[in-house]
Design a protein around this ligand. Structure first.
Ligand SMILES: Cc1cc2nc3c(=O)[nH]c(=O)nc-3n(C[C@H](O)[C@H](O)[C@H](O)COP(=O)(O)OP(=O)(O)OC[C@H]3O[C@@H](n4cnc5c(N)ncnc54)[C@H](O)[C@@H]3O)c2cc1C
Length: 470
């Protein structure tokens, strides 16, 4: 029973993937057939948060002084329904395992994030995106139904048709509406495990953006990396004609040392790494490579955070609408001039937003920047966040570890509506994380307002309340 697991488990230090955040909590690892509802009955005053693969960069899956519930044992893969093109899976199944399971039968997931270790539960709770948001939207768009254990209403089925408000609050809901137990996911046919990709170098940010925009409209997958001046390489990829469906071996994990100082984020080292990348592109711009290499490039370097020194890595990912390209240039300039250039900066194009109030992507640009975690970086990113909010953009909550709560409320006008639905699923605030406390996501004053007051039919009301929170 879960209750005995809770009393058996010890307090342990739990951190984010970036190694820059950590806190003491009690880790609970229930079996798939345990009484999961007991988790809520035994949760103490510091509450409980589900944890999937632990691939969040920051503190989304941490809960200082409370319970952290691992979903790892809930990793069953059910039968595929070829007529409906769906499959039912446990929330603890990883995206990598599922992709390998599906490929030999000629199926795949339409949306895949950048790490194979992300679980289905974590992918829904963050409403993750891939390198093809313009075509397929987010992971939440691929969920036909899901089964969620909630504190107030027990286990309920949710879909865009049934319990739709609860469904969209759980998509991108950061584990704060319930524990996702199972999901039925939509699939698309796969004709090859191999992709043909082309890398194209461009000398400045404007050219990179132009070419990336065109590539996102015409290619299955498109992404770009840029250096601190905005010069970079656009990668576009499509399924190869080679009809081989057997997955290649998963990336080998290599032990990585913790580098001294800022490590790879030390500007001369970053410049050398970027120069090496450019030479490789010049020598060989076209590749035939496994799908997994395209989707999960950092999985071959699982120690990437350690390469950023003892304090670890912070990733700052934000989106701004089309027309606000100046904010992308400002982000690179401000961090460069402050002496905190990113070790890696990745650009993507986003299409239409999902219906989930806390979903991150919306029509425009996304820039994700990796930095060595240093206290002096804080004020630089705070000023950048103000520019992003003013431009109508937002930061990606699941990757955050330092944003200001007032700005987050302004960036996510759907926050009040989300809180209203959440408060019906969890009126006693049992679900809580370090991220939720830090960003005041589950603020009681607003949660007390009724759902009718905050209905999505009245977005101006939601905006007003979000603003008054700020
Ligand atoms: C190398 C790398 C590349 C990445 N690339 C991308 C990318 O391209 N696109 C993108 O969108 N993201 C990307 N991410 C971020 C990652 O997809 C998200 O952080 C994702 O949520 C991690 O899932 P997880 O299973 O590891 O969950 P965790 O990190 O353990 O938890 C993440 C959140 O999900 C919640 N959660 C987990 N399981 C459940 C459940 N069963 N029920 C309810 N809530 C749950 C947690 O409470 C927490 O709030 C990347 C991360 C890494 C490390």
């Amino acid at each position: 029973m879960v209750s005995s697991v809770v009393t058996r488990e010890r307090q342990t230090l739990i951190g984010g993937w970036g190694r820059a955040t950590r806190s003491q909590a009690t880790m609970v690892r229930p079996d798939a057939d345990d009484d999961w509802a007991a988790i809520f009955r035994t949760a103490g005053p510091r509450g409980v948060i589900p944890r999937g693969g632990g691939r969040s960069y920051g503190d989304a899956a941490q809960n200082a002084g409370g319970l952290v519930v691992s979903t790892a044992a809930d990793a069953t893969i059910g039968a595929l329904d070829p007529a409906a093109a769906t499959i039912e899976v446990g929330a603890g199944v990883t995206i990598g395992d599922l992709a390998r399971h599906l490929a030999p039968g000629g199926w795949t997931l339409p949306v895949v994030p950048g790490s194979a270790g992300v679980t289905v539960g974590g992918a829904i709770a963050a409403d993750v995106h891939g390198k093809n948001h313009v075509r397929h939207g987010t992971f939440g768009n691929q969920v036909a139904t899901m089964t969620v254990l909630t504190p107030a209403r027990g286990t309920i089925e949710m879909s865009p048709m049934v319990n739709a408000d609860e469904f969209w609050a759980t998509v991108g809901g950061l584990g704060l509406t319930g524990i996702i137990r199972r999901a039925t996911l939509r699939l698309i046919p796969l004709t090859s495990w191999w992709v043909s990709s082309v890398d194209e170098e461009q000398p400045g940010l404007h050219r990179v953006l132009d070419r990336l925009h065109a590539a996102s409209a015409s290619s299955e997958h498109a992404v770009a990396w840029v250096d601190r001046y905005g010069a970079g390489v656009i990668t576009r990829a499509r399924t190869a004609r080679l009809g081989a469906l057997t997955p290649t071996r998963a990336a080998r994990t290599r032990a990585t040392p913790t580098l001294p100082g800022r490590g790879i984020a030390w500007p001369p080292l970053t410049a050398a790494a970027n120069a090496a990348r450019r030479s490789a592109v010049a020598l060989r711009p076209r590749h035939l490579r496994p799908l997994s290499d395209l989707h999960f490039p950092l999985d071959s370097l699982p120690g990437w955070p350690r390469l950023h020194g003892r304090r670890g890595l912070i990733q700052h990912q934000f989106t701004v609408p089309f027309g606000a390209e100046h904010v992308l240039a400002e982000a690179l300039r401000a961090t460069r001039e402050a002496g905190h250039s990113p070790s890696l900066a990745v650009l993507k194009v986003f299409g239409a937003a999902s219906a989930a109030p806390l979903s991150f992507p919306g029509p425009g640009w996304s820039l994700a920047m990796d930095f060595a975690a240093e206290p002096a970086l804080g004020p630089v990113l705070d000023r950048l966040d103000e520019r992003i909010a003013t431009a109508g953009g937002r930061v990606y909550l699941v990757k955050d570890s330092r944003a200001h709560p007032d700005l987050v409320a302004a960036m996510y006008p759907g926050l009040a509506r989300w809180r209203a639905v959440r408060s019906m699923l969890d009126p006693d605030q049992l679900l809580v994380s370090d991220l939720a406390r830090r960003l005041r996501l589950t603020d009681q004053r607003l949660a007390d307002l009724s759902a009718a007051d905050l209905s999505g039919a009245d977005p101006s009301g939601a905006d007003r309340i979000g603003a008054s929170h700020a």
